[in-house]
Design a protein. Structure first.
Length: 371
């Protein structure tokens, strides 16, 4: 099994990031818990009562709003995407053990530590090859018909790649003809809409169920929504409890999710365009490689001609000296021999720097790593 990207940042890294004044990736960070909570209290919705065990005016309003955005009859807010997708796969597979068609680089297979197999007793059917979304031909060629097909939109580990629209439609048609449910891992579906230049509901209509996240592109604290038919969402409820998701109250997550829908969702097309212009500038540098080129969403991989450990030290040096946080995570590149790969994700933090400034900072990090 491939090693998942670690989500555990050393405390020293967190403190250094806090001291910076510019940040390359994502949204401008809240610098303290107080700042974060006070920002939520400014929302008009904060006057409403707390939700209790999933029941409350605000959480139901959020579920209804996302259901409309995705064109689905029903939706359910959950505290964690792993739990949401485990519940979805279990419901789609019924009493059987699968198989579940997943891309070998998918979040479900790797970053969720194969929980669908280890916890749910389902069997995985790996479909597709590295750095490319699978298509309907690969589904047809699979050794058995899956009980459910999952498609991650976009496929993060492959460089945030998306299948061509016609290919996605073909997968949907194949699933419906075969009587196989189709589930979209849409943690970053908000960003994918700009690439397809289609409404979210038109994309979601291809699938039987859709998961969307609030803490990635929308900058929420945590939480997600699972959307589908009314019967499907009703069957999710007991699994939400079994997976520890029936939390007493979720109001901070719900408030931040609504804030993200209001402030970040409208900006996703602009973030994509900014990512493409930055990527074009970075790709001009000798020995540097952007994947994919051009980026399809607001994020891409940057492969650099220095080793991962050395590059990490270079990134941290830039943070200490220049106050520009470029990240602190670098992994071995499979594109540049002996090199490292970092991810670049554009959000509102990019409002605080010009593309040429980001280039200069990255050049300094590479120079330090090369010494």
């Amino acid at each position: 099994m491939a090693t998942p990207y670690t989500n555990t940042a050393p405390i020293a890294d967190i403190e250094l990031r806090k001291r910076c004044t510019r940040w390359l990736n994502g949204h401008r960070p809240m610098l303290s818990m107080r700042e974060s909570l006070l920002a939520l209290t400014e929302l008009p919705d904060a006057e409403l009562p707390l939700d209790v065990y999933g029941q409350g005016q605000l959480i139901q309003a959020l579920e209804a709003e996302v259901a409309v955005l995705l064109g689905k009859p029903a939706a359910r807010f959950m505290h964690k995407g792993v739990a949401a997708q485990l519940a979805a796969l279990r419901v789609h597979c019924g009493d059987g053990d699968g198989p579940v068609a997943v891309h070998p680089q998918s979040h479900i297979a790797i970053d969720e530590a194969e929980a669908f197999e280890k916890l749910m007793g389902l069997r995985g059917l790996r479909v597709g090859s590295s750095d490319a979304s699978f298509g309907v031909d690969q589904l047809r060629a699979a050794p058995e018909v899956p009980a459910v097909v999952t498609v991650e939109l976009p496929l993060r580990r492959a460089g945030y790649r998306l299948p061509a629209w016609d290919e996605l439609v073909a997968i949907s048609h194949w699933c419906r003809q075969a009587g196989v449910p189709l589930h979209f891992d849409g943690a970053r579906l908000w960003e994918a809409s700009a690439h397809y230049d289609r409404p979210l509901a038109e994309i979601a209509a291809l699938a039987d169920s859709v998961y969307v996240s609030f803490y990635k592109g929308l900058g929420g604290l945590a939480g997600c929504v699972l959307a589908g038919s009314e019967d499907f969402i009703a069957q999710i409820a007991p699994w939400q409890t079994r997976l520890g998701g029936n939390v007493f109250t979720l109001y901070p997550f719900v408030l931040s999710a609504l804030q993200g829908l209001r402030t970040q969702l409208p900006r996703t097309p602009a973030y994509r365009e900014r990512a493409r212009t930055l990527a074009a500038l970075l790709a001009e540098q000798p020995g540097w490689c952007v994947a994919p080129e051009p980026p399809q969403v607001n994020a891409f991989q940057l492969h650099l001609p220095v080793g991962p450990e050395a590059l990490r030290e270079g990134l941290l040096a830039v943070a200490r000296v220049d106050g520009f946080w470029l990240g602190a995570r670098a992994v071995a590149s499979h594109v540049v021999e002996g090199g490292a790969m970092v991810e670049v994700v554009i959000g509102d933090a990019a409002d605080g720097w010009r593309d040429t400034e980001a280039l200069t900072a990255l050049q300094r990090a590479v120079a330090v790593a090369a010494d």
